[in-house]
Design a binder for this molecule. Structure first.
Ligand code: FES
Ligand code: FES
Length: 181
């Protein structure tokens, strides 16, 4: 079994993993990073969303081997020891989550959006979060929180922007990137 070399939250790991191991299983079972959740396991819910080289991906659909040599960010790597990330702060301030199960995936999708588009419109936020299902909220507070995070991170939001910047997501064989549906 050839070991995989994967950087997770800034730390490089060299891990042997059977070829069928998904990235989600590697994170949760081998590295103990349980922020990414196992929801549907078929690419529908987005609870397992992580960033791979900055792009949002459903970790339940990606083989760990596909992340070999790449850099993965999970929710555990977002905050500093001293402070929550501004997106997390905005979600907390605007009470944008209830049970929180969808939260890590939603917040990482929001990060991928704001990294690519510092001043998204509400429509662009909805599109970016379309692959993340939430059974508790009505999504409205999430959109408010992402606007607030954009303001905190980049100093501006523009509801009137006509831009429709696509949110980059990592394509996987067979689709199911957790992207907009
Ligand atoms: S667990 Fe639902 S998309 Fe991965
Ligand atoms: S806050 Fe409960 S599933 Fe989203």
């Amino acid at each position: 079994m050839t070991p995989l070399r994967i950087t997770v939250n800034g730390r490089e790991h060299v891990l042997p993993a059977p070829p069928e191991t998904t990235l989600l299983a590697l994170l949760r079972e081998h590295l103990g990073l349980t922020g990414a959740k196992l929801g549907c396991d078929v690419g529908d819910c987005g609870a397992c969303t992580v960033l791979v080289d900055g792009l949002a991906v459903n970790a339940c659909l990606m083989l760990a081997a596909q992340a070999d040599g790449r850099s993965v960010l999970t929710i555990e790597g977002l905050a500093t020891p001293d402070a929550l990330h501004p997106i997390q702060q905005a979600f907390e301030r605007h009470a944008a989550l209830q049970c929180g199960f969808c939260g890590p995936g939603v917040i990482l999708s929001a990060k991928a959006l704001l990294d690519a588009n510092p001043a998204p419109t509400a429509a662009e936020i909805r599109e970016a979060l379309a692959g993340n299902l939430c059974r508790c909220t009505g999504y409205a507070k999430m959109i408010t929180a992402v606007h607030a995070a954009a303001q905190a991170l980049h100093g501006a939001t523009d509801e009137r922007s006509p831009r429709a910047t696509p949110v980059p997501r990592l394509p996987l064989p067979g689709g199911g990137t957790g992207g907009p549906r």
